[in-house]
Design a protein around this ligand. Structure first.
Ligand SMILES: N[C@@H](CCC(=O)N[C@@H](CS)C(=O)NCC(=O)O)C(=O)O
Length: 258
């Protein structure tokens, strides 16, 4: 795949929102350079890039796609961009736009709720905190950096106003979204009868219940464990199998160059 320096995708590598954007670009075989954002340490840089000074309200989030002087700040906009630029089957077909948008909203709320479960588990795992550094940070240094890593993770929880004590509410919200998915799947095995972005958002939602295979989203073992909600995974094993099937059939290899 030839490098396209014009397209740069800033991601939080394990995040389902970032995976949605990668999936949409990869689906259309649009090459891009992938740049990892570091929560907390990368906040100022990200805000500067997005033109959101510290004083301006609103959260600075990734994925962000930089292309031809444009800055796309939302996974939904990136998926639409990919559909506009790419030649593969549309992920958001015009006639299903409203329906796909509704599933996107449902996945957003459920992922927002699941985030509290993941962050809670990350904070409780020394191994996951150690794995959260970029590859260049030497192994022996990581335990020594834990107070900073833990501080950064707690800061992240505040950024998203997460209530880390309440696990019942997020689990209920996630279970409701998954029940809606189960009801929608029917005999086609697709949320809307054929493969669309609605399948992408619901498949990536399951990342916060039990992560997809490493060949799709690489995670360290402790991070994988922290992203796993055993009880939810057990109760929704049918949907995990569905997600794995969707990945096997529809997740094209990465078009990223870095
Ligand atoms: N509406 C945004 C939401 C993305 C979002 O919530 N991103 C989080 C993922 S955990 C993020 O940027 N986290 C990194 C940070 O806040 O530093 C989208 O769909 O792109």
């Amino acid at each position: 795949m030839p490098e396209d320096p014009e397209r740069r995708l800033i991601v939080l590598p394990p995040s389902p929102w970032s995976e949605r954007a990668r999936w949409a670009l990869d689906h259309h075989r649009l090459p891009y350079r992938q740049i990892a954002h570091m929560p907390f340490l990368g906040e100022r840089r990200l805000r500067r890039l997005l033109g959101q000074g510290a004083e301006s309200g609103g959260r600075a989030t990734v994925p962000v796609l930089l292309v031809g002087g444009e800055i796309l700040k939302d996974s939904w906009d990136i998926a639409r961009y990919a559909d506009r630029e790419g030649r593969a089957e549309k992920l958001i077909p015009t006639e299903l736009d409203a329906e796909v948008r509704r599933w996107n909203g449902l996945a957003d709320s459920a992922m927002g709720a699941a985030r509290a479960l993941t962050v809670r588990a990350l904070l409780a795992s020394d191994g996951a905190l150690d794995e959260s550094h970029p590859p260049g940070v030497p192994r022996f240094l990581r335990p020594l950096l834990r107070p900073i890593t833990r501080y950064g993770t707690a800061w992240f929880a505040r950024k998203y106003t997460l209530d880390l004590e309440d696990t019942a509410t997020p689990k209920r919200v996630v279970n409701e979204a998954l029940a809606a998915l189960r009801a929608a799947l029917g005999s086609s095995g697709y949320v809307l009868g054929r493969f669309t972005y609605a399948d992408v958002v619901m498949a990536t939602l399951l990342q916060g219940i039990i992560p997809v295979a490493d060949r799709y989203v690489r995670l360290g073992p402790a991070t994988r464990q922290a992203w796993t909600q055993e009880d939810l995974a057990k109760a929704n094993s049918d949907l995990i199998a569905w997600r794995d099937g969707i990945y096997d059939r529809h997740r094209r290899p990465s078009a990223a160059t870095a």
